[in-house]
Ligand binder design. Structure first.
Ligand code: URA
Ligand code: SF4
Length: 210
């Protein structure tokens, strides 16, 4: 009874905190990316298992809808996840920066620094994840650096599980190719599918209520 109550209280607090962060993101003007956006994209999904998937930045479709990974890259991401029995209902999906860079250019170091210090880091601290999946170079570099891991290149890092100990326990971190990179270079599809087999096993081990 006590433990259940605690869980329920924690869930309410996490949900409230994520909503507060999302509402700040939607009206944020703290970096130049706000000038081009239609909608900021805070992130969405189920945080209860403690699994966060982090992309780079919203693209055109995400900007129009205010939701992460709803365009062509999102469709491929859904296929990769479905292939290993993972659904969006098992994970929380967000991006390093929350507004679309013009012409889908990469976010600058400064934009990444400003946006992550305001939002992504708080989302991570709120969810207190057991598993972080980094999609692509920008996300992997940022997260590896945050947790004191070395990220040399995606071809070297992808598919390998790193374990780090945070204040709140162990976090597993895994990098894989960004689905947009796979669309540009289909030769990496087989490697990405192998990564997702590993990710799927971890997700299913952690997330048993779905
Ligand atoms: N690419 C990303 O990195 N994030 C999205 O939300 C969509 C495309
Ligand atoms: Fe604010 Fe981040 Fe959007 Fe920049 S990218 S305006 S910091 S929410």
């Amino acid at each position: 009874m006590g433990a259940l109550r605690l869980n329920y209280d924690r869930m309410e607090r996490v949900e409230g905190d994520l909503e507060k962060i999302a509402s700040e993101i939607k009206t944020c003007k703290k970096c130049p990316l706000h000038t081009n956006r239609v909608n900021a994209v805070p992130g969405e999904g189920d945080y209860r298992c403690g699994i966060i998937l982090i992309g780079e930045a919203p693209g055109a479709n995400e900007d129009l809808q205010g939701r992460p990974f709803v365009g062509a890259a999102g469709k491929l991401l859904d296929e990769l996840m479905e292939g290993v029995g993972v659904s969006r209902g098992m994970i929380y999906i967000t991006n390093v920066v929350k507004c679309r860079p013009p012409g889908n250019r990469q976010p600058t170091d400064e934009e990444v620094e400003v946006c992550t210090s305001l939002y992504l880091n708080r989302q991570i601290a709120t969810i207190n994840p057991k598993l972080i999946v980094c999609l692509g170079n920008i996300s992997s570099k940022y997260i590896f650096n945050k947790y004191g891991l070395k990220f040399k290149s995606m071809s070297e890092a992808h598919g390998r599980i790193h374990k780090i100990i945070s204040l709140h326990g162990e976090i597993k971190i895994i990098a894989t190719y960004h689905p947009a990179a796979i669309l540009r270079n289909p030769k990496i599809m087989e490697e990405a599918k192998r990564d997702w087999k590993t990710i799927g096993e971890e997700v299913k081990r952690i997330c048993q209520h779905k």
